[in-house]
Design a protein around this ligand. Structure first.
Ligand code: DQA
Length: 146
């Protein structure tokens, strides 16, 4: 089983940006956590991060032609307004899970809306970086039907 974990803009600045919200662990630590979890679960996980909407859409589209079983995505600020990323996700019939490090419902009004969540099977938020690991467990359940 292979899953693709996509992170959107500014998540490469984890550990530097708004530590009170996103914590002090950096993006490299997140990648390490995901790789370690994948090893434990006996699955393959590829990570991808971009600050550019087009590059994220290109990666989602490319996954259509690859042997990818599920997509985990934190679209970051694009969550709240990128109909283009939403449309790219809608191309896929494989399971998709949206992750947010913070609880977007307890923050500014503009963060409460996710335009991408309706095309995902699940949304996990407010569990810090551990939310990605929870999403990986949920993804295996969705893929195996257990
Ligand atoms: C975020 C929440 C978004 O509102 C914000 O723009 C981010 C990160 C999160 O993981 O909590 O960049 O997606």
């Amino acid at each position: 089983m292979k899953i693709l974990v996509i992170n959107g803009p500014n998540l490469n600045f984890l550990g530097i940006r708004e530590k009170n919200i996103y914590g002090s662990r950096d993006y490299a630590a997140l990648v390490e956590m995901i790789e370690q979890k994948a090893k434990e679960m006996g699955i393959e996980a590829e990570t991808f991060q971009s600050n550019s909407e087009g590059a994220i859409i290109d990666r989602i589209q490319r996954a259509y032609f690859e042997d990818i079983d599920g997509i985990i995505i934190n679209p970051a600020a694009y969550t709240h307004y990128s109909y283009a990323i939403r449309d790219a996700l809608a191309i896929h019939s494989i399971p998709k899970i949206e992750v947010h490090i913070s609880n977007i419902h307890e923050r500014e009004e503009f963060r409460r809306i996710s335009v991408t969540a309706p095309v995902c099977n699940k949304q996990i938020m407010g569990h810090g970086l551990e939310g990605y690991l929870m999403a990986m467990e949920e993804m295996v359940k969705l893929c195996t039907g257990k």
